[in-house]
Design a protein around this ligand. Structure first.
Ligand code: SF4
Ligand SMILES: [Zn+2]
Ligand SMILES: [Zn+2]
Length: 156
């Protein structure tokens, strides 16, 4: 019996940074469908099987936002403080978790007595939006105070 394409190219399938090459090899494999079914049945968390990466296979049957990272580890959905801490601990960048963190911090600023703050204005801008009225007013007030204190220093 002839070898399967992946058996002839083990060096590609054993290297997680070459997953696109592995998927291209699978695309021409006669056993792709049965291979994918077996990988799904075995909950295979490592390597390309049946033309899909571990995370792509996971996404076929899980719609809760969970995902599989390149280590084969199951990860919680993005957007929570826990997920952000995990990313930071692993030195990963995640735009979804960073944006969710800015939104949480903005909620804190909006809960202040004036309904906004200078920091809130900065957070709005970091989120790519214009500051709300309360944050804009707080920003202008803080700028006025800054000018006044500098004038006082110059006059002293
Ligand atoms: S589909 Fe499965 S058997 Fe075929 S090359 Fe890919 S991993 Fe190997
Ligand atoms: Zn994330
Ligand atoms: Zn605001």
């Amino acid at each position: 019996m002839s070898k399967l394409p992946c058996q002839k190219k083990r060096e590609i399938f054993d290297n997680t940074s070459r997953q696109n090459e592995a998927k291209a090899v699978c695309a021409g494999c006669h056993a792709l469908t049965s291979c994918l079914k077996t990988a799904l049945a075995n909950d295979e968390r490592w390597g390309v099987w049946g033309g899909l990466t571990p995370n792509e296979r996971w996404q076929l049957t899980h719609k809760d936002g969970s995902w599989i990272d390149y280590r084969g580890t199951l990860r919680l959905p993005c957007g929570t403080e826990t997920s952000l801490k995990r990313h930071r601990g692993l030195r990963e960048q995640c735009a979804v978790c960073e944006e969710a963190d800015r939104r949480r911090r903005l909620d804190v600023e909006h809960a202040l007595p004036g309904g906004g703050s200078r920091s809130g204005a900065q957070l709005h801008r970091m989120l790519g939006e214009e500051p709300c009225e309360a944050c804009q007013m707080a920003f202008v007030e803080a700028a006025k105070l800054g000018h006044a204190s500098r004038r006082a220093q110059v006059a002293a």
